[in-house]
Design a protein around this ligand. Structure first.
Ligand code: IVH
Length: 712
């Protein structure tokens, strides 16, 4: 008798061998269907047929759990997040909030505002206190009352266009209700999924063999990043409005007024929002919401306090990426106890050896944690100076029971070791003396100049070390650098292995040199390859700050890159300065040193970078492929625009940081040291060497009052 095709046999009748064959067939078929649907936009199955396949796969796996394949569709992101959402530049950047943890931080926040605005102690400050929703922030742009774009936060400057998906949310009106709606309104708020909807969705996903989400926030994110809006529509997402971006007119003059206005326009706003009039009232609000937190059907990770008067918000302005008029008062981090099983060494882009703790998986704050960073050798040895929270003097050994903590999005940390539970046989950990890279070069210990992070261990393989090369490429394509859709860590690893991409410029010649070979690779269809090259081409023009960050100069993180970009304005100016510094030009070095928040460490790192011929070649090759866009210049219409100012001595009407921020807002450069290029030195009582230097160089010296008069 001819054997029956197993695909015709009911699940409960399958033998083990038939089940195994069926699972293989289903993995292949569902995989192919996913590819056609998500990457090639050319589905060949109806939704019902596709669902049938997934259901059958899940049912067979439920009956034969031992046969579940490593490549089973039930393990894969069922609805693979679609690539290639269009990028949207926010008309007004989407910023983040500073955090307060202790009550004292709240009192300080209120004190800072009082001082900044020069309010007397009896002048009341009204705050809008709101729960901090743990979802995804969203900017909704309405033109002439109609929703035109919905964009995710992205990196704050540029997000992703998810308009089609957002239109499926009941809480988001397609048209703003009411009269006299300003022609341009950007309404901002949080997209979230309720806890109950999240649990239900996961149950359903498990049944159908779809993706299981770690927490409501992830499931909201996954539900939004769908190529097919019908999938988003099937997910219960909510939206609370709480802020705004570009507004051609402001209909109200307070935060609480704006919230009421959002309601009149047809939005939902958070019902727990409350007006508070003092630090004590804010702290009491935090405590009350903390008590109610577990009973709410949506996740919150703190409360947000905002100065209610918008004119005061405007006067208070921003410090770096956060407003001075608002703060997030977080709830304490959640902790859990688990066992440290192993320590793995990872090699960073600059050759630093970073130990990663491998934990017995444990749930904390709604996610499963298996890895923790252990910073460096000194941290593991329990010797001070690392600035982390591990209790002073305690070392970490394999088999130790450790307390870990996770706060919001922060990478989990080990905060304590339970010495009583240490296995008797546990020995102190021996940090490797040689790099685990194929070169096996000796590791050197390097003391950081700040001493904050303790000693770093570094591989001496430099540019020959393949780990370092790939790490740099990874940084290069990362979200805050070139951010190329479809070119992530996985692809970079593959291209590197094939030796198609060994340095950044190779990414831009990939199409010319390796298109055919790429098409022959598994998982790279015509459409996905076309999309990848389009995404690469879209980045042939790149903002200066991203470009500088992407170079991977040591100590030049995103914020420093932004400072450098703003200060130099163009790639040419920065490049020239780097070359001069490398040649030992003291003036060029002093000029960089004088940029606010930039000191010796960065200048030294820039010097080291530009001294290295290999780097210069990489940069030259890269600039042959991409065009770097000049940085935006700060405001030009203030009397101090373009001037360089140094604050010294104690200021009486504002703090030093506030003074610097104010100068920057007005387009001036706040520098840390006095040079010939300084235009003003603002000196308060107790000014010392900077004042003397200014007098020596003939730089104009102002009192705090004179400065305020000049700038008001
Ligand atoms: S105000 C300029 N209000 O928290 C500040 N943010 O760390 C604009 N968030 O990205 C944000 N609830 O995703 C504000 N009531 C609330 C919020 C809130 C949650 C999130 C938001 C933002 C992050 C800031």
């Amino acid at each position: 008798m001819a054997s029956r095709d197993p695909s015709d046999i009911a699940v409960d009748k399958l033998t083990e061998a038939q089940a195994r064959a069926e699972l293989m067939r289903l993995a292949l078929e569902i995989g192919a269907a996913d590819r056609r649907y998500y990457q090639e936009d050319a589905p060949t199955l109806t939704d019902a047929e596709y669902d049938e396949l997934r259901k059958r796969n899940a049912a067979i796996e439920a009956r034969f759990p031992a046969l579940v394949r490593a490549d089973s569709p039930s393990k894969r992101v069922g609805a693979a997040p679609a690539r290639g959402f269009r990028k949207v530049r926010h008309a007004v950047p989407m910023l983040s909030l500073d955090n307060a943890f202790a009550d004292q931080d709240v009192t300080d926040f209120v004190g800072r505002i009082r001082r900044f605005l020069k309010l007397s102690d009896d002048e009341p400050i009204v705050f809008s206190a709101e729960p901090k929703i743990d979802g995804l922030s969203m900017s909704l742009r309405y033109e002439n009352g109609a929703l035109v774009t919905a964009a995710t936060r992205g990196d704050g400057a540029e997000g992703e266009d998810v308009t089609a998906n957002i239109r499926t949310l009941e809480d988001v009106p397609q048209r703003l209700k009411g009269k006299n709606i300003p022609p341009v309104c950007e309404v901002r708020g949080e997209v979230y999924m309720t806890k109950s909807a999240f649990l239900k969705l996961n149950q359903q996903q498990a049944k159908e063999g779809g993706q299981i989400f770690a927490n409501p926030r992830n499931s909201a994110a996954g539900s939004l990043r769908q190529k097919d809006p019908r999938v988003t529509a099937s997910r219960p997402l909510g939206f609370f409005a709480y802020a705004w971006g570009e507004m051609s007119e402001l209909p109200e003059d307070t935060q609480s007024g704006m919230i009421r206005w959002f309601e009149r326009c047809g939005f939902r706003t958070n019902p727990l929002t409350k007006i508070c009039r003092s630090a004590d009232e804010l702290i009491a609000f935090h405590a009350r919401i903390g008590d109610e937190r577990a009973g709410l059907d949506y996740d919150i990770d703190g409360v947000v306090y905002k100065v209610d008067r918008i004119d005061w918000q405007q006067r208070l302005g921003f410090v770096s990426r956060s407003p001075r008029w608002a703060i997030a008062h977080k709830f304490p981090a959640e902790r859990a106890t688990t066992v440290l099983r192993d320590i793995e060494i990872q090699i960073g882009r600059t050759g630093a050896l970073t130990p990663v703790g491998k934990l017995e998986p444990v749930g904390v704050g709604g996610v499963i944690v298996q890895n923790v960073t252990l910073h460096n050798e000194d941290y593991i040895r329990g010797v001070g100076g690392h600035g982390e929270e591990l209790r002073e003097g305690r070392d970490l050994r394999l088999g130790d029971t450790v307390v870990i903590q996770r706060a919001g999005d922060v990478i989990p940390q080990v905060v304590d070791v339970v010495i009583d539970k240490r296995p008797k046989t546990a020995k102190p950990y021996k940090f490797p003396t040689h790099c685990p890279c194929p070169l096996k070069t000796p590791v050197v210990r390097e003391e950081t100049s700040t001493g904050e992070e303790g000693a770093r261990s570094r591989c001496t393989g430099e540019f020959a070390c393949p780990f370092q090369k790939t790490e740099h490429l990874r940084l290069f394509v990362s979200r805050r650098a070139f951010d190329i859709d479809g070119l992530g860590e996985k692809q970079i690893a593959l291209f590197f292995e094939k030796r198609w991409v060994e340095e950044p410029a190779d990414i831009f010649t990939l199409e010319k040199k390796h298109r055919k070979e790429l098409l022959a690779e598994e998982g790279f269809g015509e459409v996905s390859v076309r999309n990848l090259f389009a995404a690469i081409d879209a980045r042939r023009e790149i903002a200066l700050e991203r470009f500088i960050y992407a170079l991977g100069i040591r100590h030049v993180g995103e914020t420093t890159a932004l400072q450098l970009a703003r200060a130099y304005g163009s790639w040419k100016a920065f490049h020239d300065a780097g070359l001069k510094i490398a040649k030992g030009d003291a003036e060029a070095a002093a000029e960089m040193d004088a940029i606010d928040q930039i000191g010796d460490t960065v200048v030294e790192a820039v010097r080291a970078y530009f001294k290295e011929k290999h780097n210069l070649r990489i940069v030259e090759n890269l600039t042959g492929e991409v065009t770097v866009i000049d940085a935006e210049k700060p405001k030009k219409d203030s009397p101090v625009a373009g001037k360089t100012v140094v604050f010294t001595g104690s200021l009486e009407k504002m703090t030093r940081d506030e003074a610097k921020a104010m100068a920057e807002r007005l387009g001036a450069k706040a520098a840390g040291s006095v040079s010939k290029k300084t235009d003003y030195v603002v000196a308060g009582p107790g000014a010392g060497s900077k004042l003397t230097e200014a007098q020596k160089l003939g730089v104009k010296v102002l009192s705090e009052d004179e400065w305020l008069k000049l700038t008001s």
